[in-house]
Design a protein around this ligand. Structure first.
Ligand SMILES: Nc1ncnc2c1ncn2[C@@H]1O[C@H](COP(=O)(O)OP(=O)(O)O)[C@@H](O)[C@H]1O
Ligand SMILES: [Mg+2]
Length: 266
């Protein structure tokens, strides 16, 4: 590895994962560099969400190591795992906002639960985080009074409310119109640049992906292929080409589609 290569912040090392008797992947290895934006692509059901959930400590592997900010979380007891999880913000598909709580309460909740901040400080933190996603004066609204793009931005503000070192985003652009997609994309880049947060994005939106990503990883049946966007664009594997040339407005080619391409080898 060259001296200028960035430090790896998150690594799966030979991880085998199954739900019951259903194996999702075997001996999978991949890393995500510190302070960079990485994008994870792959067919539907290839295990992208599972990779994020493994890193977040929400599900546990059968075998292998999962390194988060230098610690193997598979070895940690619950209390120590909770400490590592505090370093991670998660933006899940659907946003996961609580519909019965106002925007303010949705953002204040994690601060009330996990910090000793007083009400004044909580107000300042919430306003600061909403401003950082370009939202003002919406504290008293309920999630269902917001547009899809605004909900996603509130969910993003909530994901970074506790100043995580790491942000995991599962399909942050799904269901958004092109303008909202671009806004969320710009916000993620902005958060990465201003706060130096390591970001991993699972996305089908190839155009956004290629604009944002410093690293692109693609889940294939035999393992993950990783490179810079330029390297991946030049990659000779037709399955990788199929992902990267998929219509931007549709999900990237599913594995079912690309598996019929010639010259696969494995
Ligand atoms: N909680 C779960 N219980 C059982 N099977 C699951 C669960 N979560 C995911 N799976 C299975 O694991 C595989 C990978 O799922 P997932 O990580 O969601 O894929 P992706 O995000 O790439 O579409 C799929 O076959 C899915 O059905
Ligand atoms: Mg998924």
């Amino acid at each position: 590895m060259s001296e200028t290569a960035p430090a790896q912040h998150l690594c799966l090392d030979s991880v085998t994962m199954a739900f019951g008797r259903r194996t999702v992947f075997e001996r999978l290895s991949c890393c995500f560099p510190k302070g960079e934006i990485s994008v994870l692509l792959g067919g539907s059901g290839s295990g992208k969400s599972t990779i994020l959930r493994l890193i977040g400590g929400l599900v546990h592997p059968i075998d292998g190591r999962i390194l988060v900010d230098g610690e193997d979380i598979t070895k940690l007891a619950n209390r120590d795992l909770a400490k590592v999880r505090h370093k991670i913000g998660m933006l899940f598909q659907g946003g996961a906002l609580l519909d019965s709580l106002t925007v303010f309460e949705n953002l204040a909740l994690p601060l009330r639960e996990h910090t000793d901040l007083d009400d004044g400080a909580i107000h300042r933190e919430v306003d600061d985080r909403l401003a950082s996603v370009g939202l003002h004066d919406i504290d008293d609204l309920l999630p269902n009074q917001l547009s899809g793009g605004m909900r996603k931005r509130v969910a993003l503000a909530r994901a970074i409310i506790r100043k995580p070192l790491i942000l995991l985003c599962d399909e942050p652009f799904s269901g958004l119109d092109p303008i909202s997609t671009r806004q969320v994309e710009d916000l993620l880049v902005d958060i990465n640049r201003r706060r130096g947060i390591t970001i991993v994005v699972v996305s089908h939106h190839v155009a956004s992906t290629m604009r944002m990503a410093e690293q692109v990883s693609i889940v294939l049946p035999e393992g993950i292929r990783t490179g810079t966007p330029e390297e991946m664009e030049r990659h000779e594997d037709p399955r990788i080409q199929a992902f990267l040339t998929a219509d931007q407005d549709r999900p990237a080619g599913s594995l079912e589609e690309v598996e019929v391409l010639p010259g696969l080898g494995s």
